[in-house]
Ligand binder design. Structure first.
Ligand SMILES: [Zn+2]
Ligand SMILES: [Zn+2]
Length: 197
């Protein structure tokens, strides 16, 4: 039998500033109270709560998502949480990992890797429809859209114009950051989707 380690490293990526936020979490602290992991920018936090269930102790983790307006909640068994292996928590609506637990160096490496992944993701378009060709439509991948808004440092004092908005893949991030957003779209079908932004 392999003994569980009593601490692990957790990390998430701050949706507001894009920084990787990392900390060591010990069973002792977790058992005593809720652990809150805050980004230095003060705009986001990940929370961890331990439930000392006799048969299967668990950790409930709330992670802010880089893509979604609300955090995602995960329940992870304590034995997996305190294992040295990397454990990735993906956003259920995309394949992007938004948090990671495990041994410190592995977590660090994963943070670096995921940042590169965001930077190196190249847009690919293999399936085209007639509508897409006629209106020269191109949907920006969510990770690229996020990165564009992050790089532009969009905030609530900004006014953003998206002249070919599509279904709002780029504009949604500016809106999430509180900017006033103006959109334009030629295609009626996409315009209807946009109205829900
Ligand atoms: Zn931050
Ligand atoms: Zn998400």
């Amino acid at each position: 039998m392999v003994l569980e380690s009593r601490q692990t490293t957790v990390a998430y990526r701050c949706p507001q500033c894009g920084a990787g936020v990392m900390s060591v979490v010990g069973l002792f602290n977790l058992n005593a109270d809720m652990v809150k992991l805050k980004c230095d920018c003060g705009e986001s936090a990940m929370t961890l709560v331990y439930s000392n269930d006799k048969d299967s102790p668990k950790v409930r983790i709330s992670v802010p998502c880089v893509l979604c307006p609300n955090p995602h909640i995960y329940t992870v068994s304590s034995s997996i949480f305190f294992k040295d292996d990397l454990f990735l928590l993906p956003c259920p609506y995309s394949d992007i990992n938004i948090a990671v637990t495990g041994e410190t160096n592995k977590v660090k490496a994963e943070l670096a890797r995921s940042e590169l992944e965001l930077l190196e993701l190249l847009p690919t378009q293999t399936k085209r429809t007639e509508e897409m060709d006629k209106f020269q439509q191109f949907s920006t991948p969510p990770s690229i859209a996020y990165l564009a808004n992050y790089t532009a440092n969009v905030n609530k004092n900004d006014i953003m114009l998206e002249p070919s908005a599509g279904i709002g893949g780029i504009a949604v991030f500016a809106k999430k950051d509180g900017a006033t957003v103006y959109v334009n779209e030629l295609d009626n079908r996409r315009l209807e989707v946009l109205k829900n932004l």
